[in-house]
Write a protein of this length. Structure first.
Length: 758
């Protein structure tokens, strides 16, 4: 009998193992399907690894998946091309308790089956996921759900009353969406709710008394700000830990129990309080909604007396006179503008007839994404001040990277171990609201050569914080030379291939700002300290708080010459940096020389120091003599003949960028092509004069650079004395060609021919 029982027990144990193994295989298959549908990278979820052991963000109990955290994950290149809310595989994870996909793009609506298949779900975090559509009513079926975050998305429709069935719910965050309607009165049944945030939506209506009454027994945090709630404030019988009712249209008196330091009423229509909306704004809102406005407790304003007929007549005469004068002025302006256009057109046509060179069309580049009003929810994570303190270890000196001109820069580590950089902006010392300019820039512009903005903290009135991705190799100023180890003071410099890679990456970033943004954007702080380097020495531009649109337009120089107006140098010799692309090009030339010579601080030095150094350096850069450049090359560089040609070419590019006349500096897109093909510059220059005459008359990028180089510092270097005899004739022919054309804005003279490979 006992043997029989033993056999039955053994069989049951085997059956348990079989079923348990079957569940593990099904869940592994479900995770693989989820990995494929979301386009997750092998770096986080390796296909050959065991999910419960090797997959990041996966938590298991007894071999069953209970938690999935893909917050901040990056999709593969294929997955990022068409991201969608494809998480159907979660239906097979029947014991899933937590799903966190915050900061992971999931465009689309939350599927209805979320509230049907995920019965064990306790935590659902979908912040910053680009979710659209309405809140599914089936979420009310998740009886175990305790935490629900769906903030900072594009949710629309009304707040589903089905959420009031979530009796275990303690945290509900629906802020920063486009929800409409009112707060369901049935929310009073959420007896365990401690945190409720429905701010920054389009909600309206009168607040039900249950919000402040005994129904919410445990509620400590309530944020209803930035909506359109109106009417009187609901009575409260206890103290909140935090209550924000600002940016609404509440009216009447403030009940006695609201008198707390952690309660905010700004921009309402309340009586006897400061920082409220003005009378006209409140009256207009209540009138549009067919409601009665109490006029801040004051009697209604008296009607103004009707103006008499003489006043009407005088007003009519003034209007007629202003209209006539305005019309005459507009006609005069139009005539002058047409004459200017005709003159510019005739000059351009005359130049083309004389030189026989066609104008080079500039290809239309796509403008940056149109930024409507600045919406902070689209600019990464909204960190709390406490999180910022924890991340930077209370801004300890050990985490201080440097004192920047726009704020102190600190290194920090988030709770999940991600390294970040935190910039602390003191509003009392830095221009007030300057941080908004940088946030506005990131809301409209996105490129792989710009340092990624991860989030912000704007809670404090006097201090603002911006959080960026951490760059392991710091900036170019600190990476050009580094100590080999901590016990040795000897320095190790970057090799030439890495330096050329950095130059190309920086040129790509500036080319994007100058030519792919509309209007063109100027960095205004191009130097080694603003060129940041990641772990692979890929360039990410920082110091973006000075970026602004280029001054004037493309026709400004022509009109200035026509009217004999003085042109700005664009060199930033004095005062604030010029908001012109030519100024960025000049500063970029100094960075290139810093890469060639290894002279640290060159790109950030003063104008007087720079002029003295350039007077010694530039005579060693000649397109006719390669050996001269060896006098200024960084001694720590180990280069062969091919690399020497590239160093030589970069020096020529740097010199063309440093042309004293802004109009003769090359465009950044030409500089980028030159750095991508450095040998083409120096080797094509030696093409014979006969070959040059046979080339196309259209201008090319290397022709623009060579011509700009010839026009730069011609009084510094005596070309025939430097060049070998067989190259003097070529130089003379080039000068003759250059004198036949008119000056261009950083491009080749109109009469010069382009250079191409024979």
């Amino acid at each position: 009998m006992s043997r029989m029982r033993y056999k039955l027990g053994y069989i049951c144990f085997l059956l348990f193992l079989i079923f348990d193994s079957t569940f593990e295989q099904e869940e592994r298959l479900a995770l693989l399907q989820l990995r494929s549908s979301l386009g997750l990278r092998a770096k986080e979820w390796p296909i050959k690894g065991t999910p419960c052991l090797n997959w990041r963000g996966i938590t298991c109990k007894n071999g069953r998946v209970t938690q999935i955290n893909i917050s901040g994950f990056k999709r593969t290149r294929t997955g990022s091309q068409n991201p969608q809310f494809l998480v159907d595989a979660l239906q097979n994870l029947t014991l899933l308790e937590s799903f966190n996909a915050s900061n992971f793009a999931l465009p689309g609506s939350v599927p209805e089956w979320f509230g049907i298949s995920l019965e064990s779900l306790q935590v659902l975090d979908l912040r910053f996921c680009s979710i659209t559509g309405a809140i599914p009513s089936t979420l009310g079926n998740l009886s175990s759900l305790a935490v629900l975050y769906i903030s900072s998305n594009g949710l629309s429709g009304m707040v589903s009353s089905s959420l009031s069935r979530l009796e275990s719910l303690s945290v509900l965050d629906l802020s920063h969406n486009s929800l409409v309607g009112s707060i369901p009165a049935s929310f009073g049944s959420l007896g365990n709710l401690t945190f409720l945030d429905i701010s920054s939506n389009l909600l309206s209506g009168v607040i039900s008394p249950v919000i402040g009454n005994v129904a919410f027994k445990k509620l400590k945090f309530l944020n209803l700000s930035q909506n359109m709630f109106y009417g009187n404030l609901p009575p409260v019988i206890r103290r909140f830990g935090f209550l924000d009712l600002s940016d609404n249209y509440f009216q009447g008196k403030v009940p006695e129990h609201y008198g707390q330091s952690n309660v905010f009423f700004n921009r309402n229509c309340l009586q006897r309080l400061e920082s409220q909306r003005d009378t006209s704004e409140c009256a207009s809102f209540y009138d549009e909604h067919g409601l009665l406005f109490d006029n801040f407790g004051e009697p209604n304003a008296m009607e103004l007396p009707a103006p008499n007929k003489s006043d009407k007549t005088s007003h009519k005469n003034v209007i007629i006179s202003a209209a006539v004068l305005g019309g005459v002025g507009i006609i005069a302006i139009v005539i002058i503008f047409v004459l200017l256009l005709i003159c510019c057109y005739k000059r351009g046509w005359t130049n083309q007839r004389v030189t026989g060179v066609e104008p080079v069309p500039i290809s239309a580049s796509p403008p940056p994404p149109p930024g409507a009003s600045l919406k902070f929810s689209s600019l990464g994570v909204a960190f709390s001040y406490l999180q910022i303190l924890q991340t930077t270890d209370d801004f300890s000196d050990a985490n201080l990277i440097k004192h920047g001109h726009s704020g102190d820069i600190f290194h920090g580590i988030l709770e999940d171990g991600i390294h970040v950089v935190v910039k602390r902006i003191d509003s009392s010392t830095v221009k007030r609201k300057a941080y908004k300019l940088e946030l506005d820039f990131f809301s409209k512009v996105s490129h792989s050569r710009l340092v990624p903005l991860l989030g912000h903290c704007l809670e404090s009135e006097n201090e603002k914080f911006l959080v960026y991705k951490y760059m392991p190799n710091g900036d170019l100023a600190s990476s050009l030379f580094r100590k080999k180890n901590t016990n040795d003071d000897s320095l190790q410099s970057l090799d030439w291939i890495t330096r050329l890679k950095i130059a190309v990456g920086a040129a790509e970033g500036l080319s994007y700002l100058h030519h792919e943004c509309n209007p063109p954007l100027v960095h205004r702080d191009v130097q080694a300290s603003s060129i940041l380097l990641d772990d692979k020495f890929e360039v990410r531009f920082g110091s973006l708080n000075e970026v602004c649109a280029q001054e004037g337009d493309t026709h400004q120089n022509r009109i200035s010459r026509l009217l004999r107006l003085p042109q700005t140098s664009g060199q930033g010799a004095s005062g604030m940096p010029s908001a012109t692309c030519a100024y960025d090009v000049y500063c970029f030339g100094k960075v290139l020389l810093e890469l060639v010579t290894g002279k640290l601080g060159t790109s950030a030095s003063s104008d007087a120091t720079m002029k003295e150094w350039l007077d010694k350096t530039l005579p060693c850069i000649s397109i006719y003599d390669k050996e001269l450049v060896t006098n200024i090359i960084d001694p720590s560089l180990i280069i062969d003949d091919d690399f020497l040609d590239e160093v030589w070419a970069m020096s020529v590019v740097a010199r063309s960028c440093l042309n004293p006349k802004p109009s003769r500096r090359p465009l950044m897109r030409y500089i980028l092509k030159a750095l991508e093909n450095p040998l083409k510059i120096v080797r094509e220059e030696h093409t014979s004069s006969e070959g040059l005459r046979a080339t196309s008359p259209r201008r090319s990028w290397n022709a623009a650079l060579i011509e700009s180089w010839r026009h730069s510092f011609s009084d510094v270097v005596t070309l025939p004395a430097i060049a070998p005899a067989n190259k003097v004739e070529s130089a003379t022919s080039f000068k003759k060609l250059a004198t036949t054309g008119s000056q261009g804005s950083g491009q080749i003279a109109e009469g010069a021919h382009s250079f191409s490979t024979r």
